[in-house]
Design a binder for this molecule. Structure first.
Ligand SMILES: *Cc1c(COP(=O)(O)O)cnc(C)c1O
Length: 397
């Protein structure tokens, strides 16, 4: 059993703050400064260039990837870390498009994150519009899966409402029709009990600064199904994905297995923070996390239902269809969220009218949920948000 009192102690959380925004940026692990400091003082400053060999910096992408594998229920040696999520989406999709023959449609849904859609649009333009991006409603995916579809590219959990797909079922339906599948796990990795080993997904990507708590701008990851990695032709052919980068050959030969998905130089300092956060994940069982997340979410929804009738649940009421966030529609959501934040509960806002709260069992306990419910209902019931200072929009909402 995961001890959540113990995991909570592994994070720095400002006194008096209830942090319900770990779906957007996780808090700092207590061991992160020491870990980063040691990379600076014991490795970079002393070893300089030798750090690539002596501190094994060059092998971070696959070593950290193997730790993420466990969290997403994947085999060893099928995940590498590096770059940002937007780049990983582009990488996965461009590899997938190289595999297609006659089919020309990329199917996605309107619940996908804009960056994923923009990456697809840019790639399609580059390929002289021979492919089409078809965007349907999330609940219409199944009826749109047919023999015309080349690639199914979806984000598992909707960033606004927390509505979750059924990866196992949808992926199987797509694969049965010969469709290549790409899943974005941005709001799933570290939140849900994923079973990539069992699902026969082709490509998956995700970031590490949300539920995985590796810090602002921490690197992304990409998974490729180990059954087919040897047939995958890289499209972002960086030197570190080459079979033997230090031969400096003028021509590209893909590296062995997942190594071919590496692109450029690993972000060593950012990887230090990721290594620090992954040490906490060693204490954690994902089945426990999912159960606890559902328990806490139900408590939060139930509490606000009783005390705050003005809030309308934007997330699915059925916990099985929800990721690990709870969202509400509220017309004055922006000022309300600013007032709630000033009262010590941190959530965020997504246009036009969604208030989001991330539920993260690693550092949120029942008593935090109960206190958050009290604070939120106090702000809303007394209309404490109705002040000009809360209405001015910041750049990041
Ligand atoms: C957070 C998120 C991103 C962000 O991509 P970055 O390149 O890390 O900025 C992309 N896609 C989805 C689905 C996300 O949730």
């Amino acid at each position: 059993m995961t001890n959540f009192e113990e995991t909570k102690k592994q994070f720095i959380l400002p006194e008096g703050m209830i942090y319900l925004d770990g779906n957007s940026l996780g808090p700092m692990p207590k061991n992160a400064p020491d870990k980063i400091h040691s990379v600076l003082t014991d490795e970079w400053s002393k070893m300089l260039i030798n750090g690539w060999n002596d501190a094994a910096w060059m092998f971070q992408p696959e070593q950290l990837g193997n730790k993420i594998s466990r969290i997403i229920g994947a085999e060893n040696d099928c995940v590498v870390v590096g770059e940002t999520l937007s780049v990983r989406v582009y990488q996965a999709l461009s590899c997938a498009l190289r595999e297609t023959r006659k089919r020309k449609i990329i199917l996605t849904d309107s619940g996908n994150f804009p960056s994923d859609l923009y990456m697809a649009q840019g790639l399609i333009e580059l390929l002289k519009n021979q492919f089409e991006l078809r965007i349907c409603e999330p609940d219409k995916i199944h009826e749109n899966l047919n023999s015309e579809i080349a690639v199914l590219m979806l984000t598992d959990v909707d960033y606004r409402t927390g509505r979750k797909h059924n990866i196992a079922k949808t992926n199987k339906k797509a694969k049965d029709q010969g469709i290549i599948t790409i899943w974005d796990l941005a709001h799933s990795a570290g939140a849900l009990d994923l079973k990539l080993r069992d699902w026969d997904i082709d490509y998956a990507v995700g970031c590490t600064y949300k539920y995985l708590n590796a810090g602002p701008g921490s690197p992304a990851f990409i998974y490729v199904n180990p059954k087919r990695i040897d047939q995958v032709k890289p499209s972002l052919m960086g030197w570190l994905g080459h079979q033997s980068p230090f031969d400096f050959s003028l021509n590209y030969t893909p590296g062995k297995g997942i190594n071919r998905m590496k692109i450029g130089t690993p972000p060593v300092l950012a990887n230090a923070a990721l290594a620090a956060s992954l040490r906490i994940w060693d204490m954690v069982n994902m089945t426990d996390v999912r159960l606890k997340s559902i328990e806490l979410s139900e408590r939060f929804i139930g509490g606000l239902k009783n005390t705050c009738p003005t809030l309308k649940l934007a997330s699915p009421t059925d916990a099985k269809k929800r990721g690990s966030q709870v969202s509400f529609y509220f017309e004055n959501g922006y000022p309300a969220m600013q007032a709630i934040i000033e009262s010590g509960v941190i959530g965020d806002f997504r246009s036009p009218n969604i208030m989001r709260f991330g539920i993260t069992p690693l550092y949120i306990l029942e008593k935090d949920i109960d206190l958050a419910v009290d604070i939120i209902s106090n702000v809303l019931n007394k209309k404490l948000w109705d002040k000009p200072k809360y209405k001015k929009r910041k750049f990041v909402t």
